[in-house]
Write a protein that binds this ligand. Structure first.
Ligand code: FMN
Length: 109
């Protein structure tokens, strides 16, 4: 189950509960974000952002999911551009991480 980072925290918890109840193998956190919060320059570009603009929220989602449902495996995605980024997320409970090629992760942030 891959989740959007733009969901409210209560909705993320409800989805995690559903995954546990349905014996889903794990969750992938997260997909791209529709948020434009924190960008150095405004953009009207439509669609989801990946990479650096997503990193903090993706990390927060992993933290929330792991605290709420520690038995649920989490694959971490979102703004992982270095081993340090992966390590930070691993401390919060992910079991595996994925990083898209650096060229696609720089974004407008
Ligand atoms: C060009 C592009 C295409 C993507 N296509 C998909 C897709 O088809 N299905 C999907 O679940 N996620 C898709 N994603 C989201 C990525 O798998 C990933 O969750 C997101 O980009 C955050 O990771 P990143 O910051 O390492 O790029 C796509 C991301 C990008 C940048």
């Amino acid at each position: 189950m891959k989740i959007a980072p733009d969901l409210a925290d209560d909705d993320l918890r409800a989805i995690a509960d559903l995954c546990l109840a349905q014996k889903v193998a794990g969750m992938i956190a997260t997909n791209t974000t529709l948020s434009r919060h924190g960008l150095r320059q405004s953009t009207t570009e439509p669609g989801g952002l990946s990479g650096q603009p997503l990193k903090a929220r993706a990390t927060a989602v992993i933290r929330l999911l792991h605290r709420h449902a520690p038995q649920l495996p989490i694959i971490g995605v979102g703004g992982i551009a270095s081993a340090a980024d992966a390590w930070e997320k691993s401390l919060l409970g992910l079991v595996c991480c994925n990083s898209t090629p650096a060229g696609s992760t720089k974004g407008p942030g």
